[in-house]
Design a protein around this ligand. Structure first.
Ligand code: AMP
Ligand code: GLY
Length: 359
């Protein structure tokens, strides 16, 4: 029987999930109140880490989301480190707090909205950063290489993996520009044969680790991986779909997302590449300017637009947050069309990355 589905959360990622789920034959309708739902799909990490999946599961509502125990994979980097070490999953080595080899990476332990990690290049940068973040923190070795995001769905017994994606976390092309929630993403990432086989090995290890630890939730696990020293190393776990990687993956799917979640279907994809470009507002990530009227061009309906930090008033749209819009398209070279579209958007303080491409 088709389900009433609630998608918990209110960013572009959740808009994309609502859009795709609403088109599924397995969905009767989208509801906005969790209590009215047969199925709740959780978007952001905060409600997951607060234990809302456990809460609604106990009330008898089916949930797609990691339970409180395993949400520590994201909410505690030390929990994640122990999980990886215990299960033979490769990750950066821990260094002592006083280590003076640079660069090195400082990581705060709790949820910090992307602001708890910094690569520091000298002791002065280290001191400044460690003074600002809430204790506790730890130091790990710096790894160099290309990063990918692999999102997986754990169905309670096994992992169903989506194709590798890549996000652009920095505000600009400058390596030292601030980390953001994500300025764009694309999928698939083309891997060579060795990278593919090492990725399969890693994903099997992750699946075995979850099964061996008795994980019983149905939810998403995001592995942030770096190709370093001829293998994949885990930089981070998230317990949700990445934003904006989710928008790129969902638009790329050629089969029904709910069939993957509820009927163990394996993801199938369209041809070419799927990309997502973030339109942010000047001042993001620290202090974005709000209140600009937004007018979208109406001459290219191949671009899908998801609203994130947007307020609607009297039929008009206004910017109302840091990341304002997600633009999505599937094509052989989707970024050039997305950038053309972005140029034509009217929004006084819009910013977006013009340099990002598929690589
Ligand atoms: P995280 O939130 O742990 O993924 O860290 C955010 C970003 O910091 C990552 O996407 C990397 O670009 C960088 N980073 C984190 N850990 C390391 C590391 N051990 N070596 C190099 N870069 C890292
Ligand atoms: N794009 C990375 C994240 O959602 O954390």
């Amino acid at each position: 029987m088709p389900l009433k589905v609630c998608v918990y959360g209110c960013g572009a990622r959740e808009e994309a999930i609502r859009d795709i789920v609403s088109k599924s034959n397995l969905c009767e309708k989208i509801v906005s109140v969790p209590e009215d739902a047969d199925l709740i799909i959780f978007g952001p990490e905060q409600p997951i880490c607060d234990g809302l999946v456990d809460y609604y599961t106990q009330k008898g509502i089916r949930c797609i989301g990691v339970d409180k125990k395993f949400s520590q994979l994201e909410s505690s980097k030390l929990f994640a480190k122990k999980f990886m070490v215990n299960h033979g999953i490769k990750c950066a080595k821990l260094l002592s707090l006083e280590a003076d080899i640079y660069p090195q990476v400082v990581k705060a332990d709790g949820l910090c909205k992307g602001k708890g990690v910094k690569v520091v290049y000298n002791s002065q940068e280290k001191d400044e950063f460690t003074r600002r973040i809430p204790a506790p923190y730890f130091i790990e070795e710096y790894l160099e290489g290309a990063e990918i995001s692999v999102m997986s769905y754990f169905n309670g017994k096994k992992l169903i993996n989506f194709c590798p994606a890549r996000d652009f976390k920095r505000l600009t092309s400058d390596k030292k520009s601030p980390n953001t929630g994500g300025m764009g993403a694309y999928c698939p990432v083309d891997l060579n044969d060795i990278q593919k086989s090492r990725l399969d090995i890693y994903l099997k290890l992750l699946e075995k680790a979850l099964v061996d630890e008795g994980a019983a939730f149905t939810g998403f696990i995001y592995s942030g991986l770096i190709w370093a020293l001829d293998d994949w190393y885990v930089l981070e776990y998230n317990v949700r779909l990445g934003d904006p990687e989710c928008q790129a993956i969902l638009n790329y799917l050629d089969n029904d997302f709910l069939s993957i979640l509820l009927e163990d279907e394996i993801p199938r994809y369209k041809k070419g590449y799927s990309a997502c470009l973030t339109i942010a507002s000047e001042g993001y990530p620290d202090n974005p300017i709000k209140g600009d009227e937004i007018i979208l061009p109406d001459d290219d309906n191949s671009v899908k637009v998801y609203l994130a930090g947007v307020k609607s008033e009297n039929g008009k749209l206004y910017s109302n947050g840091g990341r304002v819009l997600s633009l999505c398209k599937v094509a052989e070279e989707p970024f050039s069309a997305l950038k053309d579209y972005a140029e034509k958007i009217v929004m006084k303080h819009k910013i977006f990355r013009k340099d990002i491409t598929i690589f």
